[in-house]
Every structure is written in structure tokens, then in C-alpha cells.
Write a protein that binds this ligand. Structure first.
Ligand SMILES: [Zn+2]
Ligand SMILES: [Zn+2]
Length: 249
């Protein structure tokens, strides 16, 4: 390394040390101070739980014990997506981090999420071989309120890492719907029905689509997205979410 590079590297690290002194990095789970380039403190890190097998190979519903087998829901009503996977359980520090990523502009977390998707779901991605990545869109009204779509940030970064195209404007939320929080599975399904549309269909026609969302609760949102994407001519739709509601059976 040249002297110039050493000086500039040294300078950058001292600048970042000074910045850390005045604006110390905070844990995305508990808000406490963390050292260095970490996103979580050690205590929160120890509470983060990835979704590991066994789970339903189709919707990703986690099981406490046993082998991989289709869940009752998928047997009763086959989803429109081919398979859904989540990185973590939606609880504790992950829940806090998703809330701050979504509503409190903690967008630096995108780096963490993408790194973890690649780590935990790398083999899934290799198997499904997506050709195009789409975020679950927000309605324009909500996008204006929030200023950004958290799922688009992930979709863009993941697409860049995988050398794929991210299509931000193909899937549209055309009907504003009340938040899904507090609704039953049947109400959620009714709530989102007919609220998405596909524009520029040729961009996904005959393609294997990977859909990105933040939380998988009952799957009604991603299933409705998958329904309109399949109707628009997608070859297959796969889903990755950052977290999965904790309803392990
Ligand atoms: Zn913490
Ligand atoms: Zn299932």
C-alpha cells in the first residue's frame, strides 16, 4: 500500500472514530450503544433466531420438531407462490429492527438484512435461480407518508449482489388498504384481494420472479402478489421475507 493510501486510510478511520464519538452507533434491537460496525449489541445478537428446518417446504411455516412436510394450510389451499422462506423469527431484536428499518429511517440496516439473506438463504437462491427481483410495493399514499419502501431497498441491494435486475415499478399497489395488523387470516386475504396490479407485463413474462417483503404473517399479501404475477405470465414466483411471525407448530 502506498504512503498516500495509508494516510487516507488512517484519516478515514480517525474521521469515523470522531463521528462515533459524537454519534455513537446504536443497537437496532435495544437502542443501547454498540462498539464498531455492529448492528446489534452482543445481548441482542444472542436473541436473534434464524428460521431453520424443519418447516413447510412450500410456505416456510416453522415446526418445533419432526421432518419437513407440507402444512395443513398449504394442503388445503395451495399458495400461488412456489416457495417462501424467511431469515429470522419476527420477535425480540429482529422485530424492533424491522420497525426501525420501516418507520424510523434506520436504512443502514439494509446492509445487515442482505448479508443475512445471502448467508441463510444462499442455497435456496441457488436452487430457485431467480431471473428478476421485485419488492412488494407500497401504495403511493403510504410511500409519500413514509418516504421510502423498505422492501425496495432490500430488493435493489440483493439484485445488485446477485447480478440480477430489480423491477421496482412492475408490481403496483393500486388500492390503498388498511394495515393488516390485528386482522384474522380470512380478513387479511379479503383486505388485500384486488389491491395489486402488474404493469409492463413483458418484464416478468416467462420469468422466475423473486418477491421481497419484510414480514410474513399469514402470507396473504405475498400470495395476492404471486396470484397477479402468475396471471400476468410469470413462470414461477418465490418469496423471501426478512422475518416470519412466530407461530411455530
Ligand atoms: Zn441491543
Ligand atoms: Zn405451508
Amino acid at each position: 500500500m502506498s504512503i498516500k493510501a495509508w494516510v487516507s486510510k488512517g484519516l478515514i478511520s480517525s474521521i469515523s472514530q470522531i463521528v462515533d464519538l459524537f454519534f455513537p452507533p446504536l443497537c437496532s434491537g435495544c437502542g443501547g450503544y454498540v462498539k464498531g460496525n455492529r448492528f446489534f449489541c452482543l445481548e441482542c445478537e444472542s436473541k436473534i433466531k434464524p428460521v431453520l428446518p424443519p418447516f413447510c417446504p412450500l410456505c416456510g411455516r416453522p415446526y418445533h420438531l419432526g421432518e419437513m412436510h407440507l402444512c395443513g394450510e398449504c394442503l388445503k389451499d395451495t399458495p400461488f407462490f412456489k416457495a417462501a422462506r424467511s431469515v429470522f423469527f419476527y420477535e425480540g431484536p429482529v422485530r424492533e429492527a424491522i420497525i426501525s428499518f420501516k418507520f424510523k429511517e434506520n436504512i443502514a440496516l439494509r446492509k445487515f438484512w442482505v448479508r443475512e439473506i445471502l448467508f441463510f438463504l444462499g442455497s435456496f437462491l441457488q436452487k430457485i435461480k431467480p431471473e428478476v427481483i421485485l419488492p412488494v410495493p407500497l401504495h403511493i399514499k403510504r410511500l409519500r407518508q413514509r418516504g421510502y419502501n423498505q422492501s425496495l431497498l432490500i430488493a435493489k441491494d440483493l439484485a445488485a449482489k446477485l447480478g440480477l435486475r430489480c423491477e421496482a415499478r412492475v408490481l403496483r399497489k393500486v388500492k390503498a388498504t388498511p394495515p393488516q395488523v390485528g386482522l384474522t387470516a380470512a380478513e387479511r386475504e379479503r383486505n388485500v384481494r384486488g389491491s395489486f396490479a402488474v404493469k409492463k407485463k413483458e418484464r416478468i413474462k416467462g420469468k422466475c420472479v423473486l418477491l421481497i417483503d419484510d414480514v410474513f404473517t399469514t402470507g396473504s399479501t405475498v400470495n395476492e402478489c404471486a396470484r397477479v404475477l402468475m396471471q400476468a405470465g410469470a413462470k414461477a414466483v418465490f418469496v423471501i421475507t426478512l422475518a416470519r411471525a412466530t407461530d411455530a407448530v
